[in-house]
Design a protein around this ligand. Structure first.
Ligand code: AMP
Ligand code: MG
Length: 270
C-alpha cells in the first residue's frame, strides 16, 4: 500500500466521525513485521532530520504535532522515537498537565498559544487544548455550556495558526482497553516505570466508555482540511511509531521547506 493511501486511511475525513469502534487498534500499519518496521523507521527518521534542517534554515514556517490518546497509549514512546531524528535546536516537546490556578484564571487557550511553535520549529504537544474538551467533559470539571463551545473555538484557533504559517497535524493514538490494562499493570510491576502511574489512571480507566464517546465526538468535530486528525493504531509500539513519523514526514514534504540562497559561492578555503 502506498504511503498516501495509508495516510488517507488513517485520516479522519472532515465532517465525519472517526468511527473508532470500527478501527482496529491492533492493526500493523506500514510494515508487516517488527524487523521490517524498524528498518523503515530508521529511513523515515533520517528523512525527517533532513526536512527539519531545511525547515529550521528557512525559518519562515513551523509544524505543530498534537498527540492525544488514553493513558498508556504511547505518547511518550512516540516522542522518544520520532525525536531521535531531530536536531534539539529547533524542536520542543510541550506537555500539558492539569491547569494551575493561574492558568484556570484565564481562557483555556491562554497557556496553549504562548507555547505554539515559532517559525522554523517543530513542536510536539504531549496532550493539548483537547484536554479542555475531553477531560473536562468526562470528569465533569465544567458544564456542557462551557466545553461545548470549545469545538468552535479550537477550529478557529487552529485556523489562525495555519493561516499564519504553522502546519497543524493531530494524532490520536488508538489503544485497546485490553492493551491498556497490560501496560498499566506493567507500570505498577516495574520499579523503573512505577513513577508514571497515577492513582487517577484507574479512575480514568473506569471511565473508558465515556472517554471513547468524548474522543469520537471531538475528532469528528475538529478534523478539518487545514488541521486534520489521524487515528493511529497503537497496540503495537513499532508500527505506531512508524505511522506517526510517516505522518510528520508527509506534513513536512507538503510544506517543502527551502534552504536559503547561499550567501557565498563555494570556494577553497586556504
Ligand atoms: P500525564 O500526561 O499522564 O502526565 O497526565 C497529565 C494529566 O493532566 C492527565 O490526566 C490529563 O487529563 C490532565 N490534564 C491535562 N490538561 C488538562 C486540562 N486542560 N484539564 C484537565 N485535565 C488536564
Ligand atoms: Mg499518565
Amino acid at each position: 500500500m502506498s504511503r498516501d493511501s495509508l495516510l488517507a486511511d488513517l485520516r479522519v475525513a472532515p465532517g465525519h466521525g472517526p468511527g473508532l469502534l470500527d478501527r482496529d487498534p491492533g492493526e500493523r500499519v506500514g510494515a508487516s513485521s517488527k524487523k521490517e518496521g524498524a528498518a523503515r523507521l530508521a529511513e523515515v527518521v533520517e528523512r525527517l532530520g533532513v526536512l527539519h534542517n531545511r525547515l529550521y534554515a528557512e525559518a519562515s514556517r513551523s509544524v505543530l504535532l498534537v498527540l492525544q490518546g488514553m493513558d498508556a497509549s504511547g505518547k511518550d514512546g512516540v516522542i522518544r522515537s520520532v525525536f531521535t531524528g531531530l536536531n534539539p535546536q529547533g524542536c520542543r516537546v510541550q506537555s500539558f498537565k492539569a491547569p494551575s490556578p493561574v492558568e484556570l484564571a484565564h481562557d483555556f487557550l491562554w497557556r496553549v498559544h504562548q507555547v505554539c511553535p515559532a517559525r522554523g520549529e517543530i513542536v510536539i504537544f504531549n496532550r493539548s487544548h483537547y484536554e479542555d474538551i475531553v477531560a473536562v467533559r468526562v470528569r465533569k470539571l465544567a458544564e456542557e455550556k462551557v466545553w461545548g463551545k470549545r469545538y468552535d473555538h479550537i477550529r478557529g484557533f487552529e485556523k489562525l495558526l495555519t493561516d499564519e504559517g504553522t502546519t497543524v497535524v493531530k494524532v490520536f493514538l488508538h489503544v485497546s482497553r485490553d492493551e491498556q490494562r497490560v501496560r498499566l499493570q506493567e507500570r505498577l510491576d516495574d520499579p523503573e516505570k512505577r513513577w508514571k502511574f497515577r492513582p487517577g489512571d484507574l479512575d480514568d480507566r473506569a471511565l473508558w466508555d465515556e472517554f471513547s464517546v468524548a474522543y469520537e465526538d471531538v475528532l469528528g468535530e475538529t478534523s478539518t482540511k487545514a488541521a486534520p486528525w489521524y487515528v493511529v493504531p497503537a497496540d503495537h509500539n513499532w508500527s505506531r511509531n512508524l505511522a506517526v513519523a510517516g505522518i510528520l514526514v508527509a506534513a513536512l514534504e507538503e510544506i517543502d521547506p527551502k534552504l536559503p540562497e547561499p550567501v557565498i559561492e563555494p570556494t577553497t578555503i586556504t
